[in-house]
Design a protein around this ligand. Sequence first.
Ligand SMILES: CC(C)(COP(=O)(O)OP(=O)(O)OC[C@H]1O[C@@H](n2cnc3c(N)ncnc32)[C@H](O)[C@@H]1OP(=O)(O)O)[C@@H](O)C(=O)NCCC(=O)NCCS
Length: 176
Amino acid sequence: MDINIRPERSADHAFIRELIEAAFKNEAMSDHREHLLVDRLRKSAAYVSDLALVAEHDGEIVGHILLTKLYIIDGEQRHASLALAPVSVLPRFQGLGIGSSLIRAAHDRARALGYSSIVLLGHEDYYPRFGYRPAHKYGITFPFDAPLVNCMAMELKLGALENVRGKVEYPAAFFE
Ligand SMILES: CC(C)(COP(=O)(O)OP(=O)(O)OC[C@H]1O[C@@H](n2cnc3c(N)ncnc32)[C@H](O)[C@@H]1OP(=O)(O)O)[C@@H](O)C(=O)NCCC(=O)NCCS
């Protein structure tokens, strides 16, 4: 499938909001507020414009992904990392590899910008294929009451999490 991935623009925001709502509409685990989370994150210091991406097919936006800045806190130490949340594909385009392309493109761009790891809360059958592992295996804990298998972390650079442990501090926008 012919897909073009590029950073989002302000003119895309309204369409992206609808896309995210549509993508999560039938997701049992969703609070159906992911589009509002994206709106809040865009206004926050956690937003990195180069890591908010859309996938286009035939000039139409069919997918979106957002990585935002956060920290893994270990006592006095603050390790910079990223949150992947959310990733969304229009329902009629799901299962065609667009989500995978967005995730890989976001990884490449984050690595090029110098980031070394990403954390996320997600499905245990989907994310391991992109290198995510249960975060507790790195000694990383999450501030959510979620099953350990769904709290995941991945190294953008080999060994990047070897000496990183602690609790993930999500941007405040995640709790509003
Ligand atoms: C999850 C999502 C982004 C994946 O994008 P996609 O383009 O449909 O996925 P791809 O075509 O790249 O990959 C397809 C694979 O993902 C799996 N998959 C798709 N959605 C999944 C989900 N919600 N949970 C677990 N696995 C999922 C498919 O079973 C398929 O697996 P297979 O390759 O083993 O057959 C997309 O389906 C979506 O927008 N879903 C609704 C929103 C959502 O749940 N976002 C993720 C929050 S953690």
